[in-house]
Design a protein around this ligand. Structure first.
Ligand code: ATP
Length: 225
């Protein structure tokens, strides 16, 4: 799915990422863990084609998008990637249905029946009956379901989730992780940042970032415990 070779990222004199190497296979479910400020968001912003100012090489599905212009990049993000954030990032004046429909409205992909696609994902995340509600009328867990539905409606190759359970209680977190697990079992690659080791257990593999450097599970134990 993706390959990162020797990636570095600096904010002025501050090195946020250094010598990052990572390969994620199609169909994997990867958790990225690490302390606050270690570089997790910086890394997934690069993986999600939201940040192009890094050194090293990033290939998504074998392609290097570093020189691609912003319009084309947002098209690629919309068509190939799905994003889920800690604070849901829903549009508050839109209904559940309208929030989920957004990626289809902007996509240039052929979509024969948008309504069926939206209804399918609403059922998948267990929100049938809530189509006309506004986000403010939903619980945190329900809002995250809307965000997940919005992330998958365009059938992305890869879902990038930044602390998707960070604002949820443990029971709701489990329900949300069950949805990610199902999506992954159906073939979607998932990369998820989390602080919560219980949540990371849902992933097949966990990598750790500390001070901008990446460690695999075993290396992390060796170097830091
Ligand atoms: N725009 C920026 N300008 C300067 N420094 C930045 C900027 N964005 C991030 N940083 C710094 O880079 C480091 C990594 O930040 P990042 O947001 O990637 O951490 P994180 O691991 O995601 O943290 P958290 O778990 O708290 O979200 C931090 O020390 C942060 O202060």
């Amino acid at each position: 799915m993706l390959k990162v070779t020797n990636i570095g990222k600096a904010y002025g004199k501050f090195t946020a990422l250094e010598d990052i190497n990572l390969e994620v296979a199609d169909g994997e479910f990867l958790a990225i863990m690490g302390p606050s400020g270690s570089g997790k968001s910086t890394l997934i912003n690069i993986l999600g084609l939201l940040d192009q100012s890094y050194s090293g090489e990033y290939l998504l599905k074998g392609k290097n998008y570093k020189e691609v212009n912003d319009n084309r990049l947002s098209q690629i993000r919309g068509d190939q990637l799905g994003f889920v954030f800690q604070n849901f990032k829903l549009l508050t004046t839109y209904s559940v249905y309208e929030n989920i429909e957004i990626p289809l409205v902007y996509s240039k992909k052929e979509q024969h029946n948008k309504q069926t696609l939206v209804e399918d994902v609403i059922n998948k995340v267990g929100l049938a009956g809530k189509e006309r509600n506004r986000p403010s009328e939903l619980s945190g867990g329900q809002q995250q379901r809307v965000a997940i539905a919005r992330a998958i409606v365009n059938r992305p190759n890869l879902i990038i989730a930044d602390e998707p359970t960070g604002a949820l209680d443990s029971k709701t977190s489990k329900e949300i992780m069950d949805i990610f697990t199902k999506l992954n079992q159906a073939g979607t690659t998932v990369i998820m940042v989390t602080h919560d080791s219980e949540v990371a257990k849902y992933a097949m593999r966990t990598v750790y970032i500390r001070d901008g450097r990446l460690y695999s599970d075993a290396e992390s134990v060796k170097n830091h415990d």
